[in-house]
Structure formats: C-alpha cells, structure tokens
Design a protein around this ligand. Sequence first.
Ligand code: HEM
Ligand code: HEM
Length: 133
Amino acid sequence: MEKIVVWYLRMSIIYFIAGALIGLVMILSPGETGYYVSSHTHLNLLGFMSMMIYGVGYHILPKFSGRNIYSPMIMHLQFWIGNAGLTGMVAGWLVLRGDVSHFSQPVLILSALLSLTSVVLFAFNILKTIKAV
Ligand code: HEM
Ligand code: HEM
C-alpha cells in the first residue's frame, strides 16, 4: 500500500477517535451540545468517513479499473489541503464557540474553502482515474 494511502487511513482513525471523544463529552455535558456538535459531525463525517473513503478509494479504484492514479501529485496535495481544511474548521468552531453566525470568521471561511477544494480535487482525480476507455 502506498505511504500516502496509509496516511489517509491513519488520519481517518485519528479523526474517528477525536469525533467519538467529543461525542462522549456531549453526552456528559448535554447543555454544551451546541458548542461541540459541528466539530463532532465534521470530525466523524469529513474526517473519519471521508478520509477513509479517500484512502480506500485511491488504493482500490485504480486496481478495479486496471489503471494508475490519474495524478499522484493531486493525491498528495489533496491530503494536505483536506487535513488543513478540516483541522481549521474544527479549531475555528471550537475557538469561536460553534455558532454558525461566526462562520464569517476568516479562519472558518479559509478552512471551508480548503475542505471544498480537497473534495473537488478528489472528485476530479478519481473520475479521471476510473474513466471508461
Ligand atoms: C463514540 C461515538 C459517538 C458518540 C458518543 C456520539 C454522541 C453524539 C451526541 C451526544 C450528539 C448530539 C445529539 C444532540 O443533538 O443532542 C451527536 C450528534 C451527531 N452525531 Fe454523534 N456520536 C458518536 C459517533 C458518531 C459517528 C461515528 C457519527 C458519524 C459517522 C456521528 C454523527 C453525528 C451527527 C451527524 C450528529 C448531529 C445530528 C444533528 O445534527 O442533530 N456520531 N453525537
Ligand atoms: C466542504 C466541506 C464542508 C463544509 C465547509 C461544511 C460546513 C458546514 C456548516 C457551516 C454547517 C453548519 C454548522 C452549524 O450549524 O454550526 C454544517 C452542518 C452539517 N454538515 Fe457540513 N460541511 C462540509 C462537509 C460536510 C460533509 C462532507 C458532511 C457529511 C458527509 C457534512 C455534514 C453535515 C451535517 C450532518 C451538518 C448538520 C449538523 C451540524 O450542525 O454539524 N458536512 N456543515
């Protein structure tokens, strides 16, 4: 398995643990749910689930289609952009106390754009990889 794929999977598991921990914190302090819920959902869905799909997808889909990854460079770049985006979103939400009205904060806007860029890069790279002959 390629090193970068292993890193996608490692980060996925790290986000899963962080997301689950925040879930536990919410159960222990229900009054604070509004503060934590966006970090929890995105650590689990954009972190654990999406990173796992990126890693497994990059490993398995080229094999299924008998091709090489369209752009290994994008695969590496996307890893850093995606992790920077999610980490920034979570930090922004926690520091800004999770209120959606604070989404206008520059750190959240930048992080959201990075997360979106990562999604688009994956879509482009994987669609180009599995393109029918
Ligand atoms: C250790 C595991 C987990 C615990 C203890 C936990 C706990 C919680 C709690 C306490 C809430 C807030 C519920 C409320 O609004 O009062 C919540 C919301 C949520 N959780 Fe988890 N959770 C866990 C794992 C997961 C996982 C694995 C996912 C997704 C893959 C997930 C997705 C969500 C989503 C999407 C919401 C928000 C739902 C909404 O908008 O109302 N959770 N979780
Ligand atoms: C491109 C990256 C993404 C950005 C910038 C983003 C942004 C946001 C924002 C601003 C909210 C409202 C949060 C609040 O009310 O405080 C939200 C909610 C939500 N998002 Fe995302 N999101 C992204 C990706 C995703 C993905 C990939 C999933 C699922 C696979 C997802 C699932 C949810 C869910 C379930 C909620 C409602 C629960 C909550 O308040 O956290 N998001 N998202």
